[in-house]
Write a protein that binds this ligand. Structure first.
Ligand SMILES: C[S@@+](CC[C@H](N)C(=O)[O-])C[C@H]1O[C@@H](n2cnc3c(N)ncnc32)[C@H](O)[C@@H]1O
Length: 243
């Protein structure tokens, strides 16, 4: 019996209708559906894909050992996560070795900051693998905020809010347009930088774009404690008035 194929399927930013026709076809055909999920959480990728699943598909949850704020040393966060991804890859590999195709669900796009990459790194040389791109959260957020993101030859920076304050300040000091991701507990730091650089009037905030519970808020009124991980600040490029 041949080995199964691994599919990394971008399921989009939240709205189940924002999946591509191709990803949907592979999703419906796969006997095994794997997805990352936080402990006692529903899993965003699963929520997006759920309306499309068949009752007879095997579901393989890959449960993160840590969710929320990254624990400080001496907790070996990187080591724990490496072991987790090794173990997750072996769980997926067991199905592939048994000849079953596995559809790995990925929130947004698989290769755009997606945890599918860690499965890909471990399995793509052992098993036939195909990746189907998805609608990523940056463009979904721009649509929800109704703001064109970049005109003409403007530069777009994609920035992780997890970076140190000095790095964020340096990166944003010559911003043309930016998407600042991974907010959560980093929100206050990011807002401080945006204020210090005089960018607050240009910055737009959205949480859970296209998902249930989507919210758009002004930066000024946000309680940092209320900011979820699935949120983003966009600084759109200046409007092009030439056309
Ligand atoms: C690990 S990255 C995953 C990105 C994903 N693969 C993509 O293509 O968009 C997680 C970050 O993406 C952003 N994000 C993902 N989905 C989002 C959504 N629906 N609304 C706002 N931000 C989102 C948040 O900034 C979050 O911290």
């Amino acid at each position: 019996m041949g080995k199964g194929r691994l599919y990394g399927l971008g399921v989009g930013p939240g709205d189940p209708e924002l999946i591509t026709i191709k990803a949907l076809r592979y999703l419906r055909a796969a006997p095994v559906v794997a997805y990352y999920v936080g402990k006692e959480k529903r899993g965003n990728a699963l929520s997006s894909a759920k309306p499309h699943l068949r009752a007879d598909q095997i579901r393989l949850p890959l449960v993160y050992p840590v969710t929320g704020k990254k624990p400080e040393p001496p907790y070996d966060y990187e080591g724990v996560m490496r072991d987790f991804y090794d173990e997750a890859a072996e769980q997926v590999a067991a199905h592939l070795d048994a000849g079953r195709d596995v559809a790995a669900l990925c929130e947004g796009d698989p290769f755009f900051y997606g945890s599918f990459m860690y499965l890909h790194d471990r399995l793509a040389e052992r098993f036939e693998t195909e990746v189907v791109p998805g609608v990523c959260s940056v463009v979904a957020s721009a649509s929800v905020l109704r703001t064109p993101l970049v005109y003409r030859d403007q530069r777009l920076q994609v920035i992780a809010g997890t970076l140190p304050e000095e790095t964020l300040t340096r990166m944003l000091s010559e911003v043309e347009a930016a998407a600042i991701m991974k907010l959560g507990s980093n929100f206050e730091k990011v807002r401080r930088v945006i204020r210090a650089l005089g960018l607050e009037s240009r910055a737009r905030y959205v949480e859970r774009a296209t998902m249930e519970g989507e919210r758009i808020r002004d930066l000024a009124g946000i309680d940092p404690e209320s900011v979820p991980y699935f949120s983003m600040i966009l600084i759109p490029g200046e409007r092009w008035r030439g056309q």
